[in-house]
Design a protein around this ligand. Structure first.
Ligand code: HPA
Length: 274
């Protein structure tokens, strides 16, 4: 018989716990081109996604696909290097499965990072944007279907999807270090197309500051599970009716890599203060 979702979550968490011995309180999902943070982790253990029972396997170029456990900013953390995108063909339950497993392990705080296109006219390529809120434009909600009360409520509130306390902390760190740190609303779309000029314009008009193809599903599930969330986007390209540049995956990666030191600094310092 097919294993239920709850059985799969338990089985995967048990496997990981046996491998690492102890679970952290904080998990970090690293977005496209933002893997450099890993170089700052004092690594205790790595587990390839291919070795983890029930884990989907990441297919996107530039994603090595592993869980990393170790010390960062004086805290024991776990990091996902490579995430599962909806546009790759995974369903929403697969995209968000790692977050379910994190919660089962005992993780209570989730940091997410991503590369995003900027619609806010104040933004420049290379800016780092703290996500203050999101708009879910994926065609599906990861919580659609049977609700397991063990995992969270049927109708979870999303009024503070991104922790105001953690946003405040990031702002303090930015101010103290002279870092230009933007705030904004992240629009999550299925992709894999980048937007038409009219679509960037539309997302700006409805209240979006940046757009990307990830994060929203994981953040919905993290909130459902009662986790505290902090999100950050690196603005890798700009979109809108006056913007002539054409975004490519290579450019997105290049711009993300350039902004890594700032992102790393903020996350590391936040962990020190938590
Ligand atoms: N649109 C959608 N996703 C993205 C973009 C964009 O412009 N840049 C990086 N990820």
């Amino acid at each position: 018989m097919e294993k239920s979702m709850l059985e799969k979550i338990s089985e995967t968490a048990d496997y990981i716990l046996k491998e690492v011995g102890e679970a952290p309180e904080t998990a970090i999902i690293l977005g496209t081109g933002l893997g450099d943070l890993v170089n700052h982790i004092d690594i205790k253990k790595e587990i390839a996604y291919t070795d983890i029972p029930n884990f989907p396997v990441s297919t996107v170029e530039g994603h090595s696909g592993k869980l990393i456990f170790g010390m960062l900013g004086g805290k024991y953390i776990m990091a996902m290097q490579g995430r599962f995108h909806y546009y790759e063909g995974y369903d929403m339950k697969q995209v968000t499965f790692p977050v379910r497993v994190m919660k089962k392990l005992g993780v209570s705080r989730l940091f997410v990072s991503n590369a995003a296109g900027g619609m806010n006219k104040e933004f420049q390529v290379g800016d780092v944007m703290v996500i203050t809120d999101h708009i879910n434009l994926f065609p599906e909600n990861p919580l659609r279907g049977k609700n397991y009360e063990e995992l969270g409520p049927r109708f979870p509130a999303m009024t503070e999807a991104y922790s105001t306390g953690l946003i405040q902390m990031a702002d303090d760190i930015a101010r103290e270090n002279g870092i230009r740190l933007m705030h904004g609303v992240y629009v999550g779309t299925a992709g894999p197309t980048f937007e038409t000029p009219a679509e960037y314009e539309y997302f700006r008009v409805i209240g979006g500051d940046a757009v990307g193809m990830s994060t929203v599903p994981e953040v919905i599930v993290a909130n459902h599970a009662g986790m505290t969330v902090f999100g950050v986007s690196v603005i890798t390209d700009l979109g809108g009716k006056d913007i002539k540049e054409v975004p490519t995956h290579e450019e997105v990666q290049k711009a993300a890599i350039k902004a890594q030191p700032v992102m790393t600094k903020i996350i590391k310092e936040m962990l020190e203060r938590i």
